[in-house]
Write a protein that binds this ligand. Structure first.
Ligand SMILES: Nc1nc2c(ncn2[C@@H]2O[C@H](COP(=O)(O)OP(=O)(O)OP(=O)(O)O)[C@@H](O)[C@H]2O)c(=O)[nH]1
Ligand SMILES: [Mg+2]
Length: 293
């Protein structure tokens, strides 16, 4: 069991709970490369109570067929789900339609009660670095929310108005106290949601090399000009270091540098559009046991 829960995340959780009463719906942003591992189980208690949209962001970094499979999977499980590349503002029409669909029950209730129409209020939640603030900026007339390529950029909640009939509440990224398994924590580290200072980059890179060897060996061979891939993650990092000429004094292979390169290049999409997990029977079971929607 890996334990990780800095104080500011406990505070974020309290603030989210406080703000729930003033919002109509939640937009749960996840990373399209890890659409299950990047869902915070602690958010389920809120998403089950409120209108909810599950938004797969960074689809430009994920395999398109896998994204289609995940969207179909979540929709089959009763979710309103959409995919976007918010950095390039792609998929925004679909996103707006999905927001309207998710907010419809609240808006209809307001109408029945004779209330005057007003913008939908949506709280944008999710793990650190999944792109919540970038999604908000994509919908806003100007970049109102601070973004950055590391976890923990947004420090406090902030309302942002848009031109599309929605007001969005940006929130700081939130993780949960105990990761059920190493696999989840590892994927969160690979996609940059856990700070590199906390999770040892070298071991994450070893496991990433092993995973990529399974799901996309060609991508590794092509990117690092390797004819065949070694058995272990450690050996693959040595192969990458040699191929890239990463040698220190006395010709020592700098496999630690290769670890950094592999992680950075995967994150930036240089190895191609690679989704790290697929919907399976196991994810199906998790949905059924924890969701009441
Ligand atoms: N390629 C790609 N990058 C994206 C996308 N959306 C966001 N990013 C990048 O991901 C990084 C994190 O984005 P943010 O919007 O700051 O993420 P956040 O979820 O608000 O992060 P915290 O505030 O730290 O919780 C930034 O470098 C963004 O440019 C996307 O759709 N595609
Ligand atoms: Mg942010």
């Amino acid at each position: 069991m890996i334990q990780w829960y800095p104080g500011h995340m406990a505070k974020t959780k309290r603030n989210i709970e406080k703000d729930l009463s003033v919002v109509d719906m939640l937009i749960e942003v996840v990373d399209a490369r890890i659409p299950a591992a990047s869902r915070n189980p602690d958010l389920r208690q809120y998403t089950n109570k409120k209108c909810h949209l599950l938004l797969l962001n960074k689809v430009d970094l994920a395999d398109p067929a896998s994204t289609a499979r995940w969207l179909a999977y979540y929709r089959k499980n009763g979710y309103i789900a959409a995919g976007v590349n918010s950095a390039r503002k792609q998929g925004l029409k679909e996103l707006q339609a999905a927001i309207n669909q998710a907010a419809q029950p609240v808006m209809e209730r307001m109408k029945r009660r004779g209330r005057l129409p007003r913008p939908v209020r949506a709280m944008v939640v999710g793990i650190p670095n999944c792109g919540k603030s970038t999604v908000i900026n994509a919908l806003a007339p100007s970049a109102a929310a601070k973004t950055g390529n590391k976890p923990g950029v947004t420090r406090g909640s902030q309302w942002v108005k848009t031109n599309c009939g929605v007001e969005l509440l940006d929130t700081p990224g939130m993780l949960w106290p105990k990761f059920a398994d190493y696999d989840t924590a590892f994927k969160l580290a690979v996609c940059g949601s856990i700070s590199d200072n906390v999770f040892p980059v070298y071991s994450v890179a070893c496991d990433l090399a092993l995973l990529l060897k399974q799901i996309a060996p060609q991508a590794l061979c092509q990117r690092y000009k390797l004819e065949e891939l070694a058995e272990s993650g450690e050996e693959m990092l040595i192969q990458i270091a040699r191929s890239r000429g990463m040698l220190g004094t006395g010709g020592k292979v700098r496999d630690e540098d290769a670890a950094q390169v592999l992680i950075q290049e995967y994150r930036a999409g240089r190895l191609g559009r690679l989704t790290l997990e697929q919907p399976t029977k196991t994810t199906q079971n998790i949905e059924e046991s924890t969701d009441t929607q």
